[in-house]
Unconditional design. Structure first.
Length: 538
């Protein structure tokens, strides 16, 4: 049950000035947020969601950012109505972190790495409430307990890097709730988290909302999260709200074509099924990756972290093996070990060749058949190289005798195969969207005509509509080239659409495996059931 109106946004516009020219990022947006309710702001990257949210507390890069029009009225309980866009800095300081708080997407970049958890939460309490010493410490312990941090007293002196991703996000929520805000702005607060941790954070926010009566503005591109947590939803596209209303009404009978397209954008289709006689491309037996734990003055080895602990797998041509599990389960380590990017023990055979005991020089020509596509294309593509140079880099190493014209022909074919215009090959990564950059990363892997590709979370950084396109692209390339994929992900909807066989990992070991359809229909272990419930039933 929601209460009186808390925030009223009318005809808000946001423009960014660069080189004497204005670019409109938000165009005459209007919405209300009431006490105790959650409004979800949904749209693809670049739609204006975060710019709109930051405008509510005037945290944009002013004066480069400015507001050609609109009003934002904040009606704090028992206080005067504040026009945020016209308020003095002194009034804004009383609102920020006090009446309106924010939780950001990546807590590691939001928390100060040089300060303890106690100091960071205590700073907010001291600034807005004047709490110090023992009183502040009691309040911090109470907050950490509320957000589900176990043994909070032992965590007071911890630094952000000593906490897991889920724990860091809980600390961020504790900081945001420290002064009992009227409005919590949550900007993609669960995107970087595993599905099980994500589910716990969403339940925590919902419980805290019921307890405190605060309102939430929840920014996301994940429609499953909207169904789970929001009362109303506003759909943004190219700086405008194209549709808004009660979540059930909008999702059951969407009126705008863009909303309809978003709801239809979840990865679909059946995974490619390999023929029973298809040749084995990758065979792994009893693979182990143990990292030593060194302690004491002499740094003696006192134990091992068993990141991968005795795993067997087989992948045939045209088959996708999905690897799922929480962070730290060993998924990425497994993929890197198979590619010989890190040391391991056990047998690894690729295309019938033993690659485990091969030296660096002898391994180089084998790498043509073994490629990888990473999670974040912006981080894996050099900003100083053109697309042509990025895609051709492996060709220059593997086929140094190729002439420039032949290289450009191969690059053009690779770009065409991934749905990009070859005429754009002389442009740079920053000139492309996130989905286009991931297509470039896939083209780089495909240019060498590999037989085995490790796909390490290749869709998790992408919007849902782009995700579906990339899944379709990977499936098409697999059928066309009879590729063997090792697909690593915590997004089980994508895994189900792409993988014919699935391995579930926990603490470096396989807890369950089998044909994807069978595993999704009847998971046998409690861990798998919990994992699937968190990802698929929201």
């Amino acid at each position: 049950m929601t209460g009186a109106r808390l925030v009223s946004v009318e005809d808000l516009s946001v423009a960014f000035r660069q080189g004497g020219k204005d670019t409109l990022a938000v165009d005459r947006v209007s919405f209300d947020i009431h006490r105790g309710e959650t409004l979800a702001l949904v749209g693809e990257s670049g739609s204006g969601k975060s710019v709109t949210a930051l405008s509510l507390v005037r945290l944009l890069n002013y004066p480069a950012a400015h507001h050609p029009g609109g009003t934002i009225r904040f009606e704090a309980e028992g206080g005067p109505v504040v026009d945020i866009l016209k308020a003095e800095d002194s009034a804004l300081r009383k609102i920020r972190g006090n009446a309106i708080s924010m939780v950001f997407q990546e807590p590691m970049t939001s928390l100060n790495p040089l300060h303890t958890i106690e100091r960071q939460i205590g700073e907010i309490l001291g600034l807005h409430r004047g709490l110090t010493g023992e009183a502040a410490r009691r309040r911090i312990l109470d907050l950490l307990t509320k957000v589900g941090i176990r043994d909070p007293e032992s965590r007071l002196g911890a630094y952000p890097h000593e906490l897991s991703g889920g724990q860091r996000q809980r600390v961020m929520i504790a900081m945001a709730l420290a002064n009992e805000p009227d409005l919590l702005i949550a900007d993609e607060p669960t995107t970087a988290l595993d599905v099980t941790v994500q589910a716990k954070i969403l339940d925590l926010l919902r419980d805290l909302q019921r307890e405190t009566g605060m309102a939430m503005l929840f920014i996301t591109h994940d429609l499953g999260i909207v169904r789970r947590i929001a009362h109303r939803v506003a759909i943004m596209r190219r700086g405008q709200i194209v549709e808004q209303g009660v979540v059930g009404d909008v999702f059951s009978a969407p009126k705008h074509s863009y909303t309809q397209a978003l709801l239809a954008a979840e990865p679909k289709g059946e995974p490619a099924m390999p023929h029973g006689e298809a040749p084995v491309v990758v065979e792994v037996r009893d693979l182990k990756v143990h990292f030593p734990i060194r302690t004491g003055l002499m740094k003696r080895v006192t134990g091992h972290v068993k990141a991968v602990d005795g795993i067997d797998l087989t992948i045939r041509a045209g088959e996708t093996l999905g690897i799922v599990g929480e962070s730290g389960s060993g998924k990425t380590t497994l993929g890197q070990a198979i590619l010989r990017l890190i040391r391991s023990e056990g047998a690894i055979r690729v295309l019938g060749r033993d690659v485990q005991g091969v030296g660096f020089t002898a391994m180089r020509p084998m790498r043509r058949d073994m490629q990888i596509v990473f999670q974040d294309p912006y981080g894996s593509l050099s900003p100083r190289m053109s697309v042509a140079e990025i895609v051709a880099e492996g060709l220059h190493i593997q086929q140094p005798g190729l002439g420039d014209e032949a290289v450009r022909r191969i690059v053009a074919r690779a770009l065409h195969d991934v749905g990009l215009d070859p005429a754009a090959m002389d442009r740079y990564p920053h000139e492309f969207s996130g989905g286009q950059r991931q297509r470039i990363a896939i083209a780089r892997a495909m240019a060498l005509d590999p037989k085995f590709v490790v796909l390490d979370e290749p869709t998790s950084a992408l919007d849902m509509s782009v995700q579906a396109q990339i899944v379709d692209l990977l499936r098409e390339l697999q059928v066309k080239r009879q590729l063997a994929y090792l697909f690593i992900s915590h997004d089980l909807k994508v895994v189900r659409a792409l993988s014919s066989h699935v391995i579930v990992m926990q603490n470096g070991q396989v807890v369950e495996q089998g044909p994807a359809a069978e595993l999704f229909a009847r998971p046998r272990t409690e861990y798998t059931r919990t994992l699937f419930a968190a990802a698929l039933h929201r």
